[in-house]
Design a protein around this ligand. Structure first.
Ligand code: MRU
Length: 358
């Protein structure tokens, strides 16, 4: 039986034509699940702030935001010549590029926007501006299509009755719509497979507790919230059949950067002989990086660790804190990588996808 999931139409970011000009409209995920607040960004600086402060987050959604940020940022440029336009575009790009270093989708999207500008060098500046809006919208639409394709490939791995463990948030909220790893679960559910999801809370920013649980609840999919440290115990009990996570950057050899805590899940899965799959669009694969050692890891504000949700302090004052937002899971722990082009073993990525344009 095919179920219709209305929530799957959700997109956390939209290009919108307001009465006073174009805006990038973002669902402020830092306030979910308690408040559903949309923010209209009227300039690229606000888009950059939104990426930095996690109003919009998740690798594919960050890429879409960056592309829309460029499209928005160029609109006030009054240049008549291409060279002047390109000169004024650079700081816009630089501001967006300086937001978050790990998710390669950000740089992928900025490069794609840049290539479009260069390709249309001979066109009037006003035409290039319109083309950039269309390109940002295309990046958004293509992301949803890729997610749907990943959902179709990945759902084949799921059997009715499976309990699936996931980490962080990889749903509609983290993408242009539908999601990556959570999108696979949504597709399986749409196809009538009865699944149950175990959701790691995902300390310290709690994307699992706040966002994944919210999405699963909206879609009425059975889910159990656990703390990150409980994952091993549930695996040992034999409760978990499959682990599905997303990715922020996959190196050419398949090593995968994803939300901090993913590595622990992967090692535990291997120890308990549970398949561990990464789900990511090919735009998340960085073939310029040979292995995971070279992936830049974002270090975030210590307050995320010392305080719960920025409010209640749980640690003594003046303590030393580390807060890497991501870790790298070596390819040897990854059973397969689900992409829009199919499912691959980490070692196959370069040979099978290395030469393809995404
Ligand atoms: O810091 P975040 O919330 O942007 O981190 C998100 C993740 O780590 C996701 O797992 C990853 O971006 C894949 S999202 C489809």
């Amino acid at each position: 039986m095919r179920k219709e999931l209305e929530h799957l139409m959700l997109s956390p970011i939209e290009w919108h034509m307001a009465a006073d000009g174009p805006v990038v409209r973002m669902l402020d995920q830092s306030r979910l699940p308690h408040e559903v607040v949309w923010i209209d960004c009227r300039d690229h600086q606000t888009v950059a702030k939104g990426i930095k402060e996690l109003w919009v987050r998740g690798a594919p959604a960050i890429g879409i935001a960056a592309a829309m940020g460029v499209a928005l940022g160029v609109q006030p440029i009054r240049a008549t010549h291409y060279e002047e336009f390109a000169r004024q575009l650079k700081p816009i790009r630089d501001t967006l590029a300086a937001t978050r270093p790990t998710a390669v989708n950000l740089f992928w999207a900025l490069n794609r926007m840049n290539n479009v500008v260069q390709h249309h060098k001979g066109q009037p500046v006003e035409t290039i501006k319109s083309i950039l809006i269309k390109e940002a919208q295309a990046i958004h639409e293509e992301d949803v299509q890729r997610n749907r394709a990943m959902g179709d490939h990945g759902a084949e791995l799921i059997r009715s009755g499976d309990a699936i463990l996931t980490h962080c948030n990889t749903g509609a909220l983290a993408t242009g719509g539908h999601g990556t790893a959570l999108g696979v679960i949504f597709t399986a559910w749409e196809n009538g497979k009865q699944v149950k999801v175990f959701v790691d809370e995902t300390r310290p920013v709690l994307q699992g507790a706040r966002l994944t649980m919210w999405e699963l609840q909206q879609n009425k999919i059975p889910a159990t919230l656990i703390t990150d440290s409980m994952a091993g115990a549930f695996m040992k009990k034999g409760v978990i059949r499959l682990c599905l996570v997303g990715a922020d950057r996959i190196a050419a050899n398949g090593d995968t950067a994803n939300k901090i805590g993913t590595y622990s899940v992967a090692v535990l899965a291997k120890a308990h002989k549970i398949p561990f799959y990464v789900t990511a669009p090919t735009s998340t694969i960085d073939f310029s990086i040979a292995n995971g050692d070279k992936i830049p890891i974002e270090e975030r504000n210590p307050d995320e660790v010392t305080n719960v949700f920025g409010k209640v302090r749980i640690a003594p004052n003046n303590v030393d804190v580390a807060n890497p937002a991501f870790d790298v899971t070596p390819a040897k722990y990854i059973t397969g990588i689900i992409t829009e082009a199919g499912i691959f073993k980490p070692g196959e990525l370069k040979r099978k996808l290395g030469g393809k344009k995404t």
